[in-house]
Each structure stands twice: as structure tokens, then as C-alpha cells.
Design a protein around this ligand. Structure first.
Ligand SMILES: C[S@@+](CC[C@H](N)C(=O)[O-])C[C@H]1O[C@@H](n2cnc3c(N)ncnc32)[C@H](O)[C@@H]1O
Length: 241
């Protein structure tokens, strides 16, 4: 599988530790509750998680959403190994979003949970995601906000006492790849302006159903308040007509 080094294999152990059992702050207190609300009462039969990592969200799609047939793909073998260990009956395959090993129109739900920023060839990946979605099927995308990725994470400017003033945003309209490091993780993230993702999703003939910037609704108050000043993530649902 040809792939430029993106740091994920070397970072897999630290990444898995950072997620704990319930996911990190933005998963546990922001995105999971928003996705639960969005999917409440709806029934999907066959879901694909593109960039499933160690499989937490695949397990959640089965356990919480009751989806009987869930497949996860990811190029990073050590993460897939953990996913298979944690869910021995699960279907986890080594693949890249840019070349999904599935027939056209295979899934009624395709999820990208904080992975678009990790994918190098975003044009191909979005076309592939649309291709494998069934007519009438949904594409659920949680992505980091481009005003966060523009400067590589929430780059807080602080006053002389260390208090957070505001976040720096720069080079917003340029595509760029930046190495990010935190807690033993070192990975390559891709920044693209919001308009670029939207243009690619529209070019793939997907239709936007909903767009949300969910706030943090739990967790330690200090982290929640800081998150809500400059939220990291948005959530979109698209439909394949
Ligand atoms: C930030 S992690 C998110 C993992 C998981 N979705 C979650 O929320 O815990 C990004 C994932 O994207 C994967 N990835 C990197 N390049 C990819 C590609 N070209 N296609 C699919 N997944 C990719 C990485 O291996 C990693 O598991």
C-alpha cells in the first residue's frame, strides 16, 4: 500500500493510550453526544468507518446505534491490530480512503470521524466515499475546524499571566501539511480551507442535510469553557441522491 510516512504507525501506541476507553475530550463530550442525537431513532444496516483507528467508533456503531454490519478500514496496521483484539468478531481491513476496496453503492452509512485532516489525497478519498455510499445513504463527517488546523491546533495567544487571550489563525486559504506533536504522538495533519472540503463534497454530487458546530456539553468545566470559546470540530450529514 503506497503511502508517505504520516507518523501513524509510530504513534499508534500513544494514540491508543490517549483515547482511553471512551475517546478523548472532543469525542466524549462533543462529537459522540452530537452524533447520538443526530442518529437517534434511525436505522442503518451496513456502515463503513473510514479511518477507524483502534475501532472505538465501529464498536459504538454496533453497540449504541444497533447497526448489524459494520466495517472499519484504516491503513495503520498497529491500530487495526488493536481494533481486532478489542472486537474479535469485527470486520477491520487495511485500506486507504483513496482506494476503498468495496463495490459501488455498498453502505447505507459511511462515517469519517476526525479523519479528513489525516488523508493525503482528499479529492480521491471524497470521491471514493461517495462511490461506496448507496443511493439514499448518508455520509457522516466529523472534521477538525479549518480555523484550528490553519495554525496546527488551538494556538492560544496568552497574556503576561498565561491567561488565554485568543487563538491565532493564519495561512487559512492555503493547503498545507504540518507535523503535530502531543503526548508522544507525532502525526502529519493536512490543513485545507472549509471551502475546499465543501467544493469536493458537492462535486461528488452529495447533498448537505445538516451542519452543526456542537459545543462541549460535559467534562471538566475549565476544558469545556475553553473548548466552547474556540470549538475544534464540526459535524456534517450528507446524502447521496
Ligand atoms: C485522528 S485518527 C481518528 C481515528 C478514529 N476515527 C477515531 O476517531 O478514533 C485518524 C486516523 O486516520 C487514519 N488514516 C491516515 N491516513 C489515512 C488514509 N489515507 N485513509 C484512511 N485512513 C487514514 C490513521 O491511521 C488514523 O487511524
Amino acid at each position: 500500500m503506497p503511502q508517505t510516512d504520516n507518523g501513524w504507525s509510530q504513534s499508534a501506541a500513544a494514540w491508543t493510550t490517549s483515547q482511553g476507553g471512551d475517546g478523548d475530550f472532543s469525542r466524549q463530550f462533543v462529537l459522540d453526544p452530537a452524533i447520538d442525537a443526530l442518529l437517534a431513532g434511525r436505522r442503518f444496516q451496513r456502515a463503513l468507518d473510514v479511518g477507524c483507528g483502534e475501532g472505538r467508533f465501529c464498536r459504538r456503531l454496533k453497540e449504541k446505534q444497533g447497526i448489524p454490519d459494520v466495517t472499519g478500514i484504516d491503513p495503520t496496521l498497529p491500530l487495526l491490530k488493536t481494533a481486532r483484539m478489542r472486537d474479535p468478531d469485527g470486520d477491520y481491513r487495511q485500506a486507504m480512503a483513496e482506494a476503498l476496496p468495496f463495490e459501488d453503492d455498498s453502505f447505507d452509512l459511511v462515517v469519517s470521524y476526525l479523519t479528513l485532516i489525516d488523508i493525503a489525497e482528499i479529492e480521491r478519498a471524497i470521491a471514493e466515499i461517495a462511490r461506496v455510499t448507496m443511493p439514499g445513504g448518508r455520509v457522516l463527517i466529523a472534521n477538525l475546524n479549518p480555523f484550528i488546523t490553519a495554525c496546527g491546533g488551538a494556538a492560544w495567544m496568552r497574556d503576561g499571566n498565561g491567561r488565554k487571550l485568543h487563538v491565532k489563525v493564519d495561512r487559512y486559504l492555503e493547503d498545507h501539511a504540518d507535523w503535530q506533536e502531543w503526548r508522544g504522538i507525532r502525526i502529519l495533519n493536512y490543513h485545507r480551507p472549509m471551502s475546499r472540503y465543501m467544493a469536493l463534497l458537492l462535486a461528488a454530487r452529495l447533498q448537505l442535510v445538516s451542519f452543526a458546530e456542537p459545543p462541549a456539553i460535559g467534562g471538566p468545566p475549565e476544558a469545556r469553557d475553553s473548548y466552547n470559546r474556540v470549538p475544534y470540530a464540526h459535524l456534517m450529514e450528507w446524502k447521496k441522491p
